[in-house]
Design a protein around this ligand. Sequence first.
Ligand code: ADP
Ligand code: TRP
Length: 379
Amino acid sequence: MAKKRILTGYRPTGKLHLGHWFGNLQNMLQLQHEYDAFYFIADWHALTSDWQHPENIQQFTEEMVLDWCAAGLDPEIATIYRQSDVPEVAELMLYFTMVLPMPWLERVPSYKEQRAQITEKDLGNVGFFLYPALQAADIAIVLADFVPVGEDQLPHLELTREIVRRFNSAYGDFLVEPQAIIAKEGARVPGTDGRKMSKSYGNSIFISDEPDEIRKKVMSCLTDPARKLKTDPGDPDICPLHQIHKLIGDPDVIEEFDRCCRVADCGCVAHKKKFAEDLLGYLGPFQERRRELAAKPGFAAEVLAAGASKVRPVTDDVVGTCRELLRLDPATALSANIEKRTADTEHLPESHPGFVDVSDATASGSADADDAASVDTVL
Ligand code: ADP
Ligand code: TRP
């Protein structure tokens, strides 16, 4: 039986950090062996928010290929490509905009939050508003069954399912409704300040940071805020340092830090030093492989070119069928016209058999995070 398909994408807006590494990349590594995997770099998505500064996108794209491959994604197994190498994605997004009611986009939580919180960028552009429609096209264009992502992406996944349902009910049951795959651990990796680790918060430990930089960041990492003195007992469950350490440390060492923190037997500085050394040991082999790949001229460009030639036949096929469903396929339209003229009939073409009136079909759909929980697959 053919393998099910998975797809996920990252925006090339900076280097990869431990949130990406544990929140998503570890799933991607495992899943590439179990599924027909499509992993892409969402450079158009980066442009929607950074349209005033496109100059870094190319470099971040190449660095992401290096990070991914050094982490163990294998371009011989997974299809690794760049979004803008597949123009059909933009075409499918355009078709989605035909069936997509504006209020569905207006209530996407990340849209509302980012418009309110990000003041240093101009996000009033239509491209940014259409971000989730483009994401839906990324997913639907390979008929992906599953999408491994961090928790924050669930509303986008739910919206994708709603768009697909609406498209299918309008034009024929063709596109696939995808399900999210969320990491069991690491779904929300905290940053050095305790908030979600994110490039935009300046609280990230990047997986390619130099050892000194990693030590510095770890030493500045927040621990249990209520534990002021070494003699105060602490709560490791609310300590961001402990949460990240748990993801990489030897279970016996973690247990010991958990115990001694609770009874004030050890201080946070000792814990930080041990975590920094564990993290350096953990990332060492990755960093070594990354240096080797970076030394190969043209490595990233080759991976992306090979990925583009692997994904294009799939996307051509899917968009070809969508064109037919929308009565846009040039060959079909032409032959239909010729037949029509020859037969000299006055009939208008009939609707596709799958056509139903969508005016009230999914009007109650919503893109709220709460609704999304029902569709998740947790690894
Ligand atoms: P950022 O917030 O740093 O801009 P992205 O939006 O590029 O990160 O995220 C890429 C992928 O990594 C998404 O699937 C996202 O859910 C996941 N991810 C990012 N940060 C974290 C985190 N701190 N914890 C868990 N997953 C994360
Ligand atoms: N929105 C995702 C993020 O910010 C990136 C992305 C774009 C994506 N298209 C996608 C993720 C398709 C999964 C599937 O991280």
